[in-house]
Each structure stands twice: as structure tokens, then as C-alpha cells.
Write a protein that binds this ligand. Sequence first.
Ligand code: HPA
Length: 279
Amino acid sequence: MIEKGETGKGKGVIEEATSAVARRLGALKPRVAIVLGSGLGGIADAVRDAVRVPYREIPGFPEPGAPGHKGELVAGTLEGVPLVVQSGRFHLYEGHAAEVAALPTRVFARLGVETQIVTNAAGGIRHTFRPPTLMLIADHINLMFRNPLVGLVVEGDQRFPDMSDPYDAGLRARARAVAQAEGIPLEEGVYAALLGPSFETPAEIRMLERLGADAVGMSTVPEVIAARARGMRCLGFSSVTNIAAGLSAQTLSHAEVLEAGARVAGQLERLIRGVVKGL
Ligand code: HPA
């Protein structure tokens, strides 16, 4: 049994969570996982023959607290590909340890998932970005100062995973091809992850710009690090919902993030469907 207060890292937690999910999935063996960001929940409804597993049925999975995030895994098929959608992620700013944020990813790996597609909402730093717009994540900068691999090595993880190809080049080429074929504008750039939950100051945004960031958000990096440590390949999309602090006269709000995210959610769904097809 999982002890109260145990975080998402111990082997027992991962095994128990994996068994609980696997029992519900039966013969379905997901090959792809899609992690949904704020306000990007629509794709979960497109899953065929969906099995919904609420987080309260999964040992070690907390209830998600961020508005715009549900708390369930939705498994089934999309474009004929068996997959699982994570509807509701665990943010570090909610007080979760990095290994809790990464627990679903480790469970996906144990279930046999080979490809993880991550999505998030982000503020746009590159001056030419006109939100709402979609950005393919080319690379990231971890400014959360947390890492889900810290501590004893968990069985199945690498101690020192290579991070020179965090967002798979082949998958990115595929995403660009789908965007072009579908006439969907798709930027590409570097995502900087901060702890949050306060939005950045204008001085912080100027700093991030100098560091080479094109967009900024508060998620995604723990999941991608855990995936790379288990040899899963990743693809990431940011929904750039607003111009980052200080680059326009506007103030920032989570309501605006959700509303702008909803406006590009349809395009993001078409992009993801196009990439998943034939995986
Ligand atoms: N900063 C950080 N995270 C975000 C933003 C932002 O401007 N917009 C959406 N998520």
C-alpha cells in the first residue's frame, strides 16, 4: 500500500498506479500519450471508445487544482492509434514535487507508451508572435530549479539522460508538414519554464529574451525530462495565449489565457491528429 505523504517517485507508487490504470484499460495498449495544457481539453472528447479513469482511482495521483484542468486519463483511439490523454496535470506551483508532476509520464512509460505529446499555454516573448498562436517547442530552458530525477535512481530511469534532442526532430518535421498541409500557422521556438504561479515581471521577461526564450510557461519540463530518462520521444506545442509581461500595455490574467487557448484549440487538435495518424 502507498503510505500517506509518499510522493510520486518510489517504485511502489509507479507500479501501483500503473496496475490500477492497466486494469481499467484491459486489452488497450496505448502507444502515445497526450498531456493537455490549460484550456486545451477538447481533444479528450475526440477519443474513440473512451475509457475514463478518474485520478481518485489511481494511487499517487492527486486531484488537479488548476482551473481549466480536469482530473482523468482518457484512453482509447484517435485516428486509429491507441493512446491515452492526460486531462489535468500536476503543476509545481500547486505545491507538487517534480516527481508528482512526472508520475503520469512514468506510468505511461510502464504502460508501453513510446511517444509523449505535451501541450501548454504560454506567454509570447518573441516580438513577432501575435497571440493566440501555436508554437512548436524546439527546445526548453529549465528555470524551475526542480528536476524529477533528483534522488535515488528509480528503476527504469537513466541517471544522466541525454537532453540534446528533448523534442524529437523527426516528430517536429512531421508537425511542420501537417501544419503546412492544413494551412495552420505554426511558429517554432524555445520554451522557458518557471515555477510560477505569479506571472513574470517585465524585467524577468527581458532576461528570458536575452537567455534565448521565445515563450514562457509554468509546466511541461518535468514531464519531458522524465520521458527522456525512460527513452520516450517527445513532441511539444505551446498555445501562445498572450504577449508576455511588459511587451504590451495589457495586464495578464488566467481568464485571458483560457479564452485565447480556446480560440486555437481546434487548430491544435488538427495538428495533433495529423501527427498521430500513422504513428
Ligand atoms: N507566463 C507564464 N505562463 C503563462 C503565460 C505567461 O505569460 N501565459 C500562459 N501561461
